[in-house]
Design a protein around this ligand. Structure first.
Ligand code: ZN
Length: 243
């Protein structure tokens, strides 16, 4: 299959009806976010393929798809043909490749480097939710079975799985998501009143309208799982995501 740039929804269509044992999660480490210019999806993928085939001597590029920082995927190793054969097996985690679907997220997600956020995070969560709920896969981080940090020390697996497992749940609540305009000032520790209570309600803290240290911790957690900078301060970005 030749490489194609596809959306997460197009990818889910390709995965429809397929069953997987594992969903392997990796980061590319190199190339990383700085190498992505918004247009070079295919050339980055070709660069990785060349490296895997020429330098490592593999049959093809190791991963089924690469997830770019803009939330689009590039297809790699074949997974679309009807018959399951050797060329469907990725080269990702020794001992866990058979029956696996493999994603490489473009970036170096070790602490202090690139951050998994925005559209890249959204596409990843949506894909993993589908692989778990529809394809029967168990999410596996490379580092669980190798002395590596992959997919990066900046990605906490528990927090990541919380997002995957809760994906779509907000939409299913009977109450429609309420939206409120940003109050125009930061809601942070020490804040009091109805805006503080709204935030508390959102993050699952006691809704007494007094933004204290416990609320701050809850806000940080909420920011982490929603791909925001976890500073415990509700500014315009966090507010917009919340309401
Ligand atoms: Zn890896």
């Amino acid at each position: 299959m030749s490489d194609k740039v596809i959306t997460v929804d197009e990818l889910l269509k390709l995965l429809k009806g397929r069953k997987y044992k594992y969903s392997q999660v990796h980061h590319t480490y190199q190339p990383d976010h700085a190498d992505f210019d918004g247009k070079n999806h295919l050339s980055l993928q070709q660069g990785m393929r060349n490296y895997h085939m020429n330098d490592r001597g593999w049959y093809d590029i190791g991963q089924h798809v690469t997830l770019m920082p803009d939330g689009l995927f590039v297809t790699g190793r074949d997974f679309e043909d009807d018959k399951i054969d050797f060329d469907d097996t990725p080269a990702g985690i020794a001992g866990y490749n058979t029956g696996a679907f493999m994603v490489e997220m473009l970036g170096n997600f070790d602490k202090g480097k690139d951050r998994l956020t925005g559209k890249q995070l959204d596409s990843m969560v949506k894909l993993q939710h589908y692989l778990v709920s529809e394809c029967g896969a168990k999410v596996m981080f490379h580092r669980e079975h190798a002395p590596k940090t992959c997919p990066g020390t900046g990605i906490d697996k528990d927090e990541f799985m919380k997002l995957v497992n809760n994906y779509g749940k907000d939409d299913k609540k009977d109450e429609p998501k309420k939206s409120y305009p940003y109050p125009g000032k930061l809601i942070r520790e020490g804040a009091r009143g109805s805006n503080a209570a709204l935030v508390q309600n959102k993050v699952g803290a006691k809704s007494d309208g007094i933004f204290g240290p416990k609320t701050k911790i809850k806000v940080k957690e909420w920011q982490t799982v929603h791909g925001l900078v976890p500073d415990g301060i509700v500014g315009p970005k966090t507010w917009k995501k919340m309401f």
